[in-house]
Design a protein around this ligand. Structure first.
Ligand code: UDP
Length: 243
């Protein structure tokens, strides 16, 4: 069950959502759709923190498999998330809403330093806050960054946006008979190694009792449906309700 009166959420968009129909880069149409959707949520008085992945531009681990130094590659990946954050901030601000980009790597010319007290003040003032550069260190993922920020801002819910409907028992891109889970416990998600989020991210959410909904974010309107109580995607929570 989702908590009643959800006030503050953390939305995690994987980089691939931003790439749209392409496999690389930022699709301006997607930026337009995402920025509209986020702005419409602020009109519902929802406080929104956002984390973007960087996989549409660069992933340290994949690059290291081709000989790139892992640490350097991860820093490139973190910078990719800042690029994504700035693209969305630009669109949101152009459309007349307030949006901050904070970065876990200090770069004062382009983003505010990640100071949690500032972030909470902005959220209290109903400004959209985009947390970029993951946790600011190599060997982590933006899923972990999202879980960490969700815990820090005391979010009621994490929504993880992907290109598919939720969590499946196997890769739906490869297997036509893949079955979508509607409800999962954190323990099952971890035990079954369902590769939708890494274990560190799950553990942070579990320890802090933050439910996660994994859903298709290429369809606009899904977040509003979730907040209005409709069952969309897969809910991962502390309840032992695997189905
Ligand atoms: N990354 C990192 N530390 C972090 C977050 C991200 O090193 O705290 C790097 C890592 O190389 C990762 C890349 O940034 O592959 C992009 O993030 P991620 O793969 O999580 O993006 P997504 O798959 O969600 O698009």
């Amino acid at each position: 069950m989702l908590p009643k009166n959800i006030k503050r959420i953390l939305i995690k968009y994987s980089g691939e959502v931003l790439a749209g129909v392409n496999s690389f880069g930022i699709d301006p149409k997607v930026v337009d759709t995402i920025s509209d959707e986020i702005i419409s949520l602020t009109k519902l008085n929802i406080e929104i923190g956002i984390v973007f992945g960087g996989g549409n531009i660069f992933r340290g681990l994949s690059a290291s498999e081709q000989g790139v130094d892992r640490v350097k590659g991860d820093y490139i990946g973190m910078l990719a998330t800042v690029i994504n954050a700035l693209a969305i901030q630009e669109a949101v601000v152009r459309k007349g809403s307030k949006c901050r980009v904070m970065s876990a790597i200090n770069m004062p010319d382009v983003a505010e330093s990640m100071i949690i007290r500032d972030a909470i003040n902005y959220l209290d003032n109903k400004e959209i806050v985009i947390f970029s550069a993951g946790v600011g260190r190599p060997f982590f993922s933006t899923d972990t960054g999202a879980a960490l920020r969700a815990a820090e801002i005391n979010a009621d819910l994490v929504i993880k946006g992907t290109k598919v409907e939720g969590v499946y028992d196997k890769d739906p891109a490869k297997y036509k008979d893949a079955v979508l889970y509607h409800d999962l416990s954190y323990d099952t998600a971890i035990e079954k190694k369902l590769r939708v989020m890494d274990i560190t991210a799950f553990s942070i959410c579990q320890d802090n009792k933050i439910p996660i909904i994994v859903c298709n974010m290429t369809k606009s309107g899904n977040i509003k449906k979730i907040l209005s109580g409709q069952k969309i995607g897969t809910l991962i929570s502390g309840e032992n309700n695997d189905k």
